[in-house]
Ligand binder design. Sequence first.
Ligand SMILES: [Fe+2]
Ligand SMILES: [Fe+2]
Length: 362
Amino acid sequence: MQSTYTIGSRTFVLDKAKAEAALAAKRVVGGRETLSFNLLPLRYGWAYELYRTMKANHWEPEDVQMAKDIEQWRDDRALSEIDRWIVRMGVGYFSAAEGIVGDNVIHVVRELVTASELKLVLGRHAHEENIHADSLLYMIASLGIDPHECEAMFDDVPSIVAKNRFVTDVSHALRRDLDMTDPEAVRLLARNIFVFGQCMEGTQFYGLFGMILSLYRQGKLPGIGTMFRYTLRDESNHIELFRRLLSELAAENPGIWTPAFKDELRELMREAVALEQRFIEDCLPVEGVGLSAEDFTQYVDYIADRRLASAGLDPLHHVALENPLPWLAELMDVRKETNFFEGRVTEYQKASSLALVADEEL
Ligand SMILES: [Fe+2]
Ligand SMILES: [Fe+2]
């Protein structure tokens, strides 16, 4: 089918069939290679929707007040030794981890996917990792934590080194020319998407998230707690993005989704959980924040099984685990109304509600 436009003496003929063929050729990987960024027609409508949700959640670290945190940080009676250690481990670990995630998104996943709407949402994902890294810089600078100590943490704390190595090995395995028509290469990418989305962002981030929010719940370090709540809201979208990507990739390449591969992914999750539990013991070597390391290790077991189930994989435990920290679910649910930024966020919301494409067209 063709559309013809005659403007003055010129006639333009547009071939719709070519556009339809381009849509039909969209794939997570191995689709039409193009440098153009034509989003429409959308094949992965969910990716565009998710991009809009992520964009509407935009936040800026500097909008969060740190005065109370600074006051408490300087007051020996306001915070215990363990409270301070949790914060040091939190900023030490996350200032490394946010960068690792963003780097993998940009240099591995966004490089290999071929559909524009997937590149769009992955670009936003990487941008959010920059915001998270920036928020850590803001926390470190506000509290006057020595940045050299943070840097040294990911060389000198063995449980952090091990967590980082687990994910960077998976990322580096893809940093070479790969032939994406080879199922083995597609499987490597699927493993990467699972490890980063479900094991790292989905599970290994949650031990510290829980501890920092536990401090927040006690009225300690409200600025840091607020930033972590906004980070968590973003992370839940990243986990969902990578979950959907994995499921699309498996649906388009059913040959990779074998029982042996599914077992391999479960074993990777088992390893991720063990690494996280070791890390939690380093964060909470003595009881603190009114909780023990055991509460958080159980929480990680619970979260890991949920992630596995959401990826269509069998849980690691045969019985359904209960959430040992039910209050966390409530604190993790950050909605716009509970927002502290008032004016600015309202503006952001307004802007984002001006959808360029009506939902029914997606
Ligand atoms: Fe992040
Ligand atoms: Fe993330």
